[in-house]
Design a protein around this ligand. Structure first.
Ligand SMILES: [Zn+2]
Ligand SMILES: [Zn+2]
Length: 923
């Protein structure tokens, strides 16, 4: 497969070709029973409706780097992909399409026909995100791709539900839930989005009853007052001490409300009294529980006022608000209205304002599971990177709340609970305006145990009803929260509840890589369900990856126009450069400010991805150089006493970078690993070693062979170390190298990972090379300050009283002459500075660069004088500009700062020119 390397590095063609070759050869597959130690990651399944964003790209760059690294270490490495059915998001997409194209809703279509549409949608579009992921070069085992609604997975979900129900953890309960009136379902906290709204704060007077004082309460939602069942004041508030136990009259409803003492009331706010609406506010619900207050539902599931509101019944919640305010104002009970900006929860998928409502739902009591799991977190059986998240996890488990697991949608795992039509009749309430028979037949109804429903949990409809002996059952209409099924991801994907070889080989998995936002709702739920269902932890470590922000620290979001499609980066710079850009920035600091210019969700340019591509170019050219200079190469490993200083130095640096990369990979410090490799390849290998090796490579004899051996050996190993970051480029180059031709491995993907311990560092060579580099750099600086053309030879004098140092310099004479264009190079103990020479001091060495030709000196002086004059003029103009008060007053701070910086640069340049002139002397 050792093809001739094309002259230019062009990532796109290369990436497409190698991805299909790898896949065709089965390198992504992992098998059971190979006897190799196993390594497994199950990737967080993206939503089947999803589109790749930068968060995914970061996550997958890390996933693939880790799994490639493990595979190269000889492990049977499985990275298992898949998608989540994403109940609400997917159902919404199809419902929108239905309304748009056929003006029909899901009830018009009916449950079965609607679900057929969703499956069809999934067949057509559901694989899109996996296709997008492949373009990043991910080496996942696509044969094992799972979907949270596929047959085996659905079975696992129902088994788990049955098991939890058997333990007595599943129950029907009435709780405050987040209700989306437009989607018609309960949604999780995670799916709500706080948006700042410009609203008002209405101050309303509730007249005192029985001689008690009037109370003024403030609210942002006046319509909810119709459901007030108390007024609360703080027990320590002296203003209200007498009033507690008294009553006020609720305006418009003419209902008496008790005044209760509760610490929830904040004495610092307004009058210190707050209205309590237990059925429509989560905090008020808690207050209501403490004081046994009635829960009066005044807003219905359709966001309209309920019959309990009398004359307001049937009004939309916003219309009702207007009428309530008018009526209060007419009655003189509206004390004042203040403009008030406040955060209001919206449904993130559809943008509707969430209505907190009391509703019957299926709940799961999580206390036993949390108790079971906590010790595993506390002992570190499940480790966290960064470590601090382990403490947060323990706190969350310690304060666990019951989980509302039912959703009033159709796309998902339908809850295996059954109702006898005969005995549960009144508790089964039709939805969507359907007549009863049809509503029950297709599951378009709401269940209320309070009103008479009797659920029986069972995977299949029971034979006989324990109540009436009948057999006419309807299944629960709700589906399980999507998180319920994804909580089983690591083991359901490997075949649980079966006793599969995959479970045997790969479970518990090794690593869970995820974002911060789902550490509790998802990651800990996986831990809890796994310990219960499998009796094992699901993964040994949780790695929390950084959040990707824009360059100026804003959230990347399509709706803000700050979205960045990673595939745009891939198209512009290649997948390797994209992965490089992500991993280069994936440090231990949590947020990554991704260096890219984004306009309207389009990436214009990305400096960091460009750095990645330039790096690829540099490596490509270095590899081509090496390949073109291999005539007579023996294939032997570099060794022996005869190695040159440059050889010894590069091999020692290789030991250093290998050990650093190993350490960083072990500790998931990807950014440091990438930076170490970047420096090694760019600076040590390309900028120094290749230059130092040229005289030997262009010559003949043993020096040439040795240089070839070092050139190939260091490059080949650097490619292997870099492979997890830039898989395509490293494969293409590696295939062209002699290692591939020798048949060491069919692909760099399965070539052995360079482990720490091979070779020893050579501190003497590193120190010697460091002084040599300092000296060369000093001469180059002098030459450039003196305006010497790059190719022009000049006499270089190095004076040192130290005979050992002089001896070393003599030994490296060839390198020094080559890299400083010194002709001749004179090393001596007592050398005088020639007139007109440029000079510098490097450690104990005095260095002089001499201009030989006085005519040159004259020309040089004239040139320097012209340059100096130019810069003095610039300094003058710039000083005047900055002295202008008008400019300073009107220009933005950033512009002023830039101009000041410019002045500083002009001054510096003028100073350097002045120094150069002085160095030339008067001669
Ligand atoms: Zn919604
Ligand atoms: Zn019955």
């Amino acid at each position: 497969m050792s093809d001739e390397l094309p002259k230019h590095y062009s990532p796109q063609a290369l990436e497409e070709e190698w991805y299909s070759r790898w896949e065709a050869q089965g390198f992504f597959r992992a098998e059971t029973g190979t006897g190799r130690p196993a390594y497994c990651i199950t990737i967080p399944p993206p939503n089947v409706t999803g589109e790749l964003h930068m968060g995914h790209a970061m996550q997958h760059a890390i996933h693939d780097a880790v799994v490639r690294w493990q595979r190269m270490q000889g492990r049977e490495a499985l990275c298992l992909p898949g998608t989540d059915h994403a109940g609400i998001a997917t159902q919404m997409k199809v419902e929108e399409e239905l309304i748009r194209t056929e003006q029909r809703n899901r009830y018009d279509l009916g449950r079965a026909a609607f679900l057929e549409r969703v499956w069809a949608w999934r067949e057509k579009y559901g694989g899109a995100i996996l296709g997008q992921m492949r373009r990043l070069g991910l080496s996942y085992d696509w044969h094992r791709t799972r979907f949270t609604l596929d047959e085996g997975y659905a079975d696992a979900v129902l088994r788990a539900f049955e098991r939890f129900a058997g333990k007595g953890w599943i129950y029907r309960g009435t709780r405050m839930i987040n209700w989306c009136p437009s989607c018609g379902t309960v949604i999780s906290d995670l799916e709500t989005e706080e948006r700042l709204l410009q609203g008002s704060l209405w101050h309303i007077r509730y007249p005192g009853a029985g001689g008690g004082p009037d109370v003024v309460v403030a609210t942002t939602r006046p319509e909810t007052m119709l459901g007030d069942t108390a007024v609360a004041v703080h027990p320590a508030d002296p203003r209200w001490r007498q009033a507690v136990g008294g009553q006020v009259m609720l305006p418009l409803m003419e209902r008496l409300l008790p005044i209760v003492a509760d610490e929830y009331a904040d004495p610092q706010l307004g009058s210190g009294a707050v209205k309590i609406t237990p059925a429509h506010d989560p905090n008020d619900f808690e207050v209501g529980q403490r004081h046994q207050l009635p829960q009066l539902q005044v807003i219905g599931f359709d966001a309209r006022m309920t019959p309990a509101t009398g004359r307001y019944s049937g009004l939309d919640r916003m219309d009702c608000r207007r009428q309530v305010v008018e009526a209060l104002s007419a009655a003189g009970l509206l004390v004042k209205i203040e403009p008030h900006e406040h955060a209001v929860p919206h449904h993130d998928k559809c943008g509707t304002i969430i209505e907190p409502l009391l509703m019957e739902q299926w709940f799961m009591d999580m206390k036993d599971l949390a108790r079971l799991t906590l010790p595993y977190i506390e002992r570190g059986d499940i480790a966290y990177t960064p470590e601090r998240f382990r403490g947060y996890a323990a706190d969350w488990l310690g304060n666990i709340r019951d989980w509302a697991i039912s959703r009033q949608i159709w796309w998902g795992h339908r809850i295996p609970a059954w109702y006898c039509r005969h005995c549960s009749g009144p508790g089964l309430i039709p939805l969507g305006g359907l007549e009863r028979e049809r509503a029950l037949a297709e599951g378009s109804f709401r269940v209320s145990v309070e009103e008479g429903a009797h659920p029986v949990v069972s995977l299949k409809a029971p034979e006989r009803c324990p109540g009436c002996g009948g057999g006419d059952w309807v299944q629960d209409p709700d589906v399980l929260d999507t998180w319920f099924s994804s909580a089983l991801w690591p083991f359901a994907t490997l075949g649980w509840p079966g006793d599969t070889p995959e479970m045997e080989t790969f479970y518990p998995t090794d690593l869970m890589i995820t974002g911060r936002d789902i550490l509790y709702l998802w990651v800990l739920r996986m831990a809890m369900t796994s310990l219960e269902c499998v009796g094992k932890i699901p993964f040994k470590r949780v790695l929390v990856h950084p959040t990707v922000l824009t360059k100026d620290g804003r959230r990347m979001s399509k709706s803000l126009g700050t979205g960045l499609n990673p595939l745009d980066l891939v198209n512009l710079y290649g997948a390797d450069a994209t992965r490089f850009s992500l991993l280069y920035q994936a440090g231990s600091v949590q947020d990554v400010r991704f260096d890219a210019e984004i306009e309207n969700n389009q990436v214009k340019a990305s400096a960091i991805a460009e750095t990645g591509r330039n790096f690829g170019n540099k490596l490509w050219n270095a590899a081509r150089f090496a390949l073109m200079n291999l005539e007579g190469y023996t294939g032997a490993a570099p060794s022996g006493e005869t190695l040159d200083l440059a050889d010894r130095w590069l091999l020692s640096r290789l030991v250093g970078v290998r050990s650093q990369v190993n350490l960083c990979m072990e500790e998931y410090r990807f950014s440091e690993a990438v930076r170490a490799l970047y420096d090694f390849v760019w600076r040590d290998y390309c900028d120094w070693y290749v230059e130092l090796a040229k005289p030997r490579l262009y010559g003949q004899g043993s020096g040439k062979t040795q240089a070839q051996e070092v050139l190939v050996c260091a490059l080949e190993e650097a490619l292997r170390l870099l492979h997890p970051v830039m898989p395509f480029l490293t494969e293409a180059l590696w295939q062209a190298l002699p290692a591939a031709a020798r048949g060491d491995a069919p692909s760099i993907m399965v070539a052995p990972w360079p482990l720490e311990g091979a070779g020893k560092p050579d501190p003497a060579a590193e120190a010697e090379m460091a002084s040599l580099q300092q000296l060369i750099t000093a001469v180059r600086t002098l030459r450039s300050e003196m305006g010497l053309a790059p190719g022009k030879k000049a006499r270089v004098l190095v004076a040192t009283p130290d005979t050992a140092a002089a001896k070393t310099l003599e030994a490296q004479r060839l390198y020094l002459e080559l890299l400083t264009r010194a002709e001749p190079l004179v090393v001596g103990a007592a050398l005088e500075a020639p007139p007109g020479a440029g000079s510098a001091v490097v450690g104990t060495l005095a260095v002089y660069v001499v201009l030989e030709n006085p005519a040159d000196t004259g020309q040089e002086r004239a040139r320097l004088n012209r340059e100096l004059e130019k810069f003095l003029k610039l300094v003058q103009n710039q000083t005047a500009k900055l002295a202008n008060g008008q400019f300073r007053a009107n220009a933005p701070a950033a512009v002023v700062q830039k101009e000041e910086q410019r002045l500083e640069e002009y001054r510096l340049a003028a100073g350097q020119l002045q120094a150069s002139l002085e160095r030339l002397g008067k001669g």
